[in-house]
Design a binder for this molecule. Structure first.
Ligand code: AMP
Ligand code: ZN
Length: 472
């Protein structure tokens, strides 16, 4: 039985679904105002591993991920890009879904959009108002956290300094300090002019971010469901507020297991849009890293530990994948061979397969410890490489085990024409041009070309065997 660390109880707990054999998972999805960065994908790959492992264990998983297509950021960006809101959010939703596909992240069952659930949200706020949890002020509607007795249970946030009453028009700035939060926000004049509003009994409004996740998760997964995921930055206030709204509405427990992934860091800081210290998936692919390398790198750290992105680490991931690739190629070669293996080798193989399977599942059962699961796989490679009398039968069984593990890891390890990481075409062209300049002894121009190549993230070293290219 898998155990997952539940943020709600701060303990690893044996996972048990509400309904035998079925699991409902909700993942907070992207705000579609720009490309997602590689830190965001750490969150989505983590949710993907969770889902894949539950499927591996025989559960039927229903996975919902929302698309935030109306909020301060999307509205602001659509104005800058001189697009209407829908045009902008549709563009980035498409790019987001494409990135998920590139990273071999399994499709969710549904990607509900906030703008398509306005009616349900407004109706829920009416209920909250009737029950005394919500109040209106200057055309916006707020949730009164003093009315919800378990507020702070998930995040253990300190409520001592909380001031009663509404902090008018917050949304972007609801971040760190506990207090009443926005359910429906009065549309600004500019939003009204652009048609970004929804008519309610309180006037023209748009929904708060927290509200959409409560309403959409319950709509598709039921009032109580199994697992909710997101990055740790979402614990407070987002998930705390989701719990308050949902439980105030239904009087039932909202979610059984809250799973949160740690952040991806870069140079000692959290990768984030606001700090500008980020790479998108496309940035890294342009630098010559394959999607497998990026995915491998992201799962090679336990999800509850910080990971730090460096090119060096991506190169290590590349090397590890190459080792697996060489192993798989060897198995394919043997799988076509003829001849019987001696009984001794078969016995040895059975033992290795059993041990590896046990170690892999033990690691995954222990709160999805992917680095340990990968270590079990490398251990397997080492042991198999020692068997001298490999034959088709043994090779096939090894390939089957690798395929089974890969259904969880999602690295397409058995794909034969796995794309090797390569130097981008544009860089190769620059190198060629520089070589021509060097042959013509145009040293100054060749040096300039080297600088140009450096700007692409590569460095050329001239050696006796010709130029050698390195990633900076
Ligand atoms: P956002 O679009 O900012 O709401 O983020 C989408 C998801 O990415 C959320 O689950 C965040 O917690 C997560 N996230 C944002 N930055 C990082 C990061 N540097 N590392 C890991 N997850 C992140
Ligand atoms: Zn959410």
């Amino acid at each position: 039985m898998p155990k997952f660390y539940n943020t709600l109880t701060r303990k690893k707990e044996v996972f048990k679904p509400l309904k035998k054999g079925n699991v409902g998972i909700y993942t907070c999805g992207p705000t579609v105002y720009d490309f997602a960065h590689i830190g965001n994908f750490r969150s989505y790959i983590f949710a993907d591993i969770l889902k894949r492992y539950l499927e591996y264990k025989g559960y039927e998983v229903k996975h919902i991920m929302n698309i935030t297509d109306i909020d301060d950021k999307t509205i602001k960006r659509s104005k800058v890009e001189k697009k209407n809101l829908k045009e902008l959010t549709e563009k980035y939703t498409k790019e987001f879904l494409q990135d998920l596909k590139t990273l071999n992240i399994k499709k969710a069952d549904f990607y509900p959009k906030a703008t398509e659930h306005m009616k349900e949200m407004a109706r829920a706020v009416e209920v909250l108002e009737k029950k005394g949890y919500a109040y209106e002020k200057l055309g916006s509607v707020y949730f009164d956290i003093s009315k919800f007795k378990n507020y702070g249970n998930l995040s253990k946030v300190d409520l001592k300094g909380v001031k009663p009453g509404a902090r008018v028009d917050l949304d972007e700035y609801e971040k760190d300090e506990p207090g009443d939060f926005t359910l429906l926000k009065r549309s600004t004049l500019d939003e009204l002019k652009r048609g970004i509003f929804y008519q309610t009994k309180w006037g023209k409004v748009r929904p708060g971010w927290h509200l959409e996740c409560s309403i959409m998760s319950m709509k598709y997964l039921g009032e109580t469901f199994d697992i909710h995921t997101g990055g740790i930055d979402l614990i407070f206030p987002h998930h705390e507020n989701e719990i308050a709204q949902s439980q105030a509405l239904t009087g039932k427990k909202f979610v059984n297991f809250w799973l949160h992934n740690e952040h991806l860091f870069i140079n000692g800081k959290k990768m984030s849009k606001s700090l500008g210290n980020y790479y998108t998936l496309r940035d890294l692919i342009k630098k010559g890293f394959s999607w497998q390398t990026i995915r491998y790198f992201l799962i090679s750290t336990y999800y509850r530990q910080r990971a730090n992105l460096t090119f060096k680490k991506l190169e290590v991931a590349e090397k590890s994948l190459e080792r697996i690739n060489d192993f798989v190629e060897k198995l394919y070669r043997f799988s076509n061979s003829k001849g019987q293996s001696p009984a001794k080798s078969e016995k040895q193989l059975l033992r290795i397969l059993k041990e590896t399977n046990r170690d892999f599942e033990m690691a995954m059962d222990d709160d999805l410890n992917t680095p340990k699961a990968l270590a079990a796989f490398f251990d397997f490679i080492k042991k198999i490489n020692k068997i001298t009398e490999m034959n088709a039968k043994i090779a096939e069984q090894c390939l089957n085990l690798a395929a089974k593990f890969d259904s969880v890891l999602g690295l397409k390890l058995l794909e034969r024409k796995r794309k090797k990481n390569k130097i981008p075409k544009e860089v190769l062209l620059l190198i060629k041009q520089r070589e021509k300049l060097r042959q013509k002894k145009q040293w100054r121009l060749a040096d300039e070309m080297r600088k140009k190549i450096k700007q692409t993230g590569f460095w050329i070293e001239d050696t006796e065997e010709g130029p050698k290219i390195k990633r900076i």
